[in-house]
Each structure stands twice: as structure tokens, then as C-alpha cells.
Design a protein around this ligand. Structure first.
Ligand code: SAM
Length: 286
């Protein structure tokens, strides 16, 4: 395989098709074979797996996925890339399907039912950074059967997903991701591994789905409303954030009573609470 991870091969394809990068689609193509190998390793792909790739670009990572998985479905929004993929870079593989669609509009649960009999799939992507959070939260909240999601994201987003209580990066995204999955940062990736170079640093993060949620929340939607309210105004105490929030409509007295019952200080801030404590608080305030 003449890997597109070699910059000269990528340039050759881009020139051959007179491809013009579209900023609005977050197009930064990978041109580093070591990073590609690291992503494939982190995703722990086997010949049993159905892999969903979001945004294949010119097919650089898709080629690696086709070599290691049973079947690959690659969803690409930019129709200018489709002929490059189907007529050129992926034409030698019979285990890949390219779909020209916006990933946010695709019924992924249906795809998993049809192509993998509802068994967990793996999602691998060098994500378009402008929609990282909606893509990841969309997959998690739709309860798509997943083994893991292994993706390249902006470095600071990876840090936020992995952060724990007390860290400056800890917030609603950390808690939402950690409710569903265990995050692990597999690599930090510098700007020069992409064409064109992005303005930010990147990281590969693997989210391994929990088989059981780590905490029990009677109503997880209410818990997440509490969490969003708690981090909306970071500098406020938890009591003030929750009592002032239209998300929760709680009285100051009710929040103070719940904190006392949980043996938490009345001046505690949201960023000090663990996921288990947010779950406990939501039980009490429901
Ligand atoms: N996987 C390729 C690589 O690593 O070289 C390209 C990665 S590039 C960061 C992101 C890709 O996602 C681009 O090909 C872009 O056109 C595609 N994309 C952007 N928005 C998308 C969407 N809503 N649905 C599907 N693909 C999208």
C-alpha cells in the first residue's frame, strides 16, 4: 500500500484532482504514518470489527482501517472527495462503503442494526474540530452500541474530556463523557502532522464505553441539567449557580439542605464535586 500518510503521496492525489481544501468542513489531512499507526493501535481493531469512520478525507486512515477491520463505513460530507475515494484511493478494497452524508444527519443506530446485527462497533476519526462535541455527545446520548470511540480532537478538548475534579479543565464535558466512557489520551499530535497545518495542537483520545454506568442516577437528564447549571457560572458557589439557573428552578434552601445532607460545605463550587456526588445531589433534588 502506497500510504497517503507519506506527504508526497497526499500531494500527488490533491494535485491530480485539483482538490481545494474547504475550511468550513474542518479539513486538515493527516500526513504522518506514525500517528496513523498509533490511532489504529489505540482503537484495538480486529478482523471481527465494523468500524465507522467519520470524515475520511482522501482516505488516508481509511486504508489502514480496511487493512485491519472486517468492514469499514466511511461517512464524508464533501462530495468533491467522493470520486477520489471510490475511484482511486479505496478502489482496491472490497470491505469499505463510502457514504456522502453529514454525520450529524445519519441514523447510526440503524446502520449498526443493519450491518453489525446490533453488536458494538468502533468509531475512528480525525474529527472535523468545529463539530467535535455534537458528534461525540450525539453518539453517546443516542446509546449507539459502541466498543470505543478513538478520535483526533483539539488538544484542549481532549484535556477537558479526561479532567477530574479540581482541575481547571474539569467541566460539564468531562462529566458527560466520563458518565458513558473511560477516556485515555493515546498521543499528543503536533501541527506539522497535518496538511494544511491547524492553528491548534491535537491529541488522540480513546473513549472506552462502560459496560455499566459508573454511577446510578434515577434521572440522568436532570443530573446533566444540574451539571450544566453548576458550571455555567464557574466562579459562583454551587448554591448560587443552581439557585439562579433557569435549567433547574431550585430554591437556595433546597440546595443548601441537600449539601448539608451530603456533608458538603455550603460554599462548595461545582468544580469540586465528583460524578458520584452530582448523581447523589440529583437524587436528592429531583
Ligand atoms: N480522515 C482524514 C485524514 O485524517 O486525513 C480527514 C480528516 S479532516 C480533519 C475531517 C474530515 O471530515 C474532512 O474530510 C471533512 O470534509 C469531513 N467532514 C466535515 N464535516 C463533516 C460532517 N458533518 N459529516 C461528515 N464528514 C465531515
Amino acid at each position: 500500500m502506497a500510504t497517503l500518510g507519506e506527504p508526497k503521496n497526499t500531494i500527488e492525489i490533491l494535485n491530480k484532482y485539483h482538490f481545494i481544501f474547504q475550511k468550513k468542513f474542518g479539513q486538515n489531512f493527516l500526513i504522518d504514518t506514525h500517528v496513523l499507526e498509533k490511532i489504529i493501535r489505540a482503537a484495538e481493531i480486529t478482523k471481527e470489527d465494523l468500524v465507522l469512520e467519520i470524515g475520511p478525507g482522501i482516505g488516508t486512515m481509511t486504508q489502514y482501517l480496511c487493512e485491519s477491520a472486517r468492514e469499514v463505513v466511511a461517512v464524508e460530507i464533501d462530495r468533491n472527495l467522493i470520486p477520489i475515494l471510490t475511484e482511486d484511493t479505496l478502489k482496491d478494497y472490497d470491505n469499505v462503503t463510502v457514504i456522502n452524508e453529514d454525520i450529524l444527519k445519519l441514523d447510526i443506530n440503524k446502520l449498526v442494526q443493519e450491518r453489525n446485527a446490533g453488536r458494538p462497533i468502533k468509531v475512528v476519526a480525525n474529527l472535523p474540530y468545529y463539530i467535535t462535541t455534537p458528534i461525540i455527545m450525539g453518539l453517546l446520548e443516542a446509546h449507539v452500541p459502541l466498543d470505543n470511540i478513538t478520535v483526533m480532537v483539539q488538544k484542549e478538548v481532549a484535556d477537558r474530556m479526561q479532567a477530574g475534579p479540581g482541575s481547571k479543565d474539569y467541566g460539564a464535558l468531562s462529566l458527560a463523557v466520563q458518565y458513558y466512557a473511560e477516556p485515555y489520551i493515546a498521543a499528543n499530535v503536533p501541527q506539522n502532522c497535518f496538511m494544511p497545518r491547524p492553528n491548534v495542537g491535537s491529541a488522540v483520545i480513546r473513549l472506552k464505553l462502560h459496560s455499566e454506568p459508573p454511577v446510578q442516577a434515577k434521572d440522568d437528564r436532570f443530573m446533566f441539567r444540574l451539571i450544566r447549571a453548576a458550571f455555567n457560572q464557574r466562579r459562583k458557589t454551587l448554591v448560587n449557580s443552581l439557585a439562579n439557573s433557569p435549567e433547574t428552578a431550585l430554591s437556595k434552601e433546597a440546595v443548601l439542605a441537600a449539601l448539608q445532607q451530603m456533608e458538603l460545605s455550603p460554599t462548595v463550587r461545582g468544580e469540586e464535586l465528583t460524578l458520584a456526588q452530582f448523581a447523589g445531589l440529583s437524587e436528592m433534588l429531583l
